[in-house]
Design a protein around this ligand. Sequence first.
Ligand code: NAP
Ligand code: 8YV
Length: 333
Amino acid sequence: MSKPEILIVAKLWPPYLQQLQDTYIVHDRIYETDPAAFAQIAPRIRAIAGGGESQVTRALMDQLPSLEMISVFGVGYDRYDVAAARERKISITNTPDVLTDDVADMGIALMLALSRSVPQADKYVRQGKWTSGPMPLARKVSGARLGIVGLGRIGSAIARRAAGFDMSIAYTSRNQVLNCPYKYYPTPAALAAEVDFLMVITPGGAGTKGLINADVLSALGKTGYLINVARGSVIDESALIVALQNGVIAGAGLDVFEDEPNVPEALCAMSNVVLTPHVASATWQTRKAMASRAVTVATLTFTRLGNSGSCSISGPRVARSIAALSGTKNTAC
Ligand code: NAP
Ligand code: 8YV
C-alpha cells in the first residue's frame, strides 16, 4: 500500500519532521514555495501537520478534497478552523498533557524572573555595575497572592507549583471548578483586583481575544505583575504597553505575543518586562513526547482505529486509545 501524502504547514521541529518523513510522503509548505506543484498534489493530501501557532483556514482545507486529519504539534489550536473541519468530519488531533509540566514551569520561571529581576541582575554583573553598588530591591514571591486566568491542565499545574511557594491561589474561568480549594472569581477584573501576580493560561482564539484589557490591568494595579504563557491574543497588547509605560501595573512576563515573531519595540525597551520567544514547552524531553504522541495518534487514525474521532478536540475514540497507550488523564484543580 502506498504511503499517505501529508502537507506540513509550519517549520516543524526537525526530529519530528524526520519521523513524519519516515512514515509518510511529506510536502513541506509547498503551497507557499510552489503553488503550481501544490495544485498537482493537493487532491492526494490526506493529512495536514502543523504547530500550535500555525494557521489552517477553510480556504486551505477547501483545496484538499481527500483531507481526513489535521495533526497539531501542540495543545492550542486556536488558529485552525475547527468548524470547517467538523463540517467535513476531518479529525483534528493535538498533544495535550505531555507539555503541561513544562509550560507550568515556564509560568513560574517568568514570575520569579520578573519579580526578582533575574535578567537585569545577570546584566548587572556582566556589565560590571556591581562594583558601583547594589541593585535596587526586588519583590518577594513566596507568600504572595497568585491569580490564575484559566484553571485547566496547565493552570492547575501552575497552582500546584505555586502552593510550594506558600502563595494564596485564586482563579477565574467561565465555569467554576467543582471541589476546588482555590477561591473563584467570575471575571478577570474581579480576580486581578485581589492578587499580586496574574497568570494567564487560557486557550487563544475568538473566545478570549482581548480578555485581559485596560480595565483588568487597572484592577491589577501599580504593584501587580502580569504573566502570559497562553496566547498573545488573550492580552490587549496596546493596552498592556500603555499600562506598563504609565505605571498602571508593575511589570509583565511574556512568552507569547500578538504578532509572533514580531515583538513591539516598546516592550523590548522596558526594563520591567521579561520576554521569551514562545518557548514554554520547548525542552528536548517534551518535544520528544509531543512528537511521539502526534505520530502515534496519526498512525491510529490512518489505521482506522478511530478515523471518525480525534484526540481531545472533537471525538472520544482516538482519545481513549491514546489515554490507554500513554496512561494520561485530564486533571483540573
Ligand atoms: P485546558 O486544560 O483546556 O485549560 C484551559 C482553561 O481555560 C480552562 O480552565 C477553561 O475553563 C479556561 N478558559 C477557556 N476560555 C476562557 C475564558 N473565556 N475565560 C476564562 N477562562 C477560560 O488547556 P491547557 O492544556 O491548560 O492549555 C491552555 C492553553 O495554553 C492552550 O490552549 C495554549 O493556547 C496555551 N499554551 C501555550 C504554550 C506556550 O508555549 N506558551 C504551550 C502550551 C499551551 P472554562 O472552559 O471553564 O472557561
Ligand atoms: C508549542 C504551543 O510551542 O502547545 C501549544 O499550544 O503553543 C507550544 O507548545 C507549539 O505548539 C509548537 O509549535
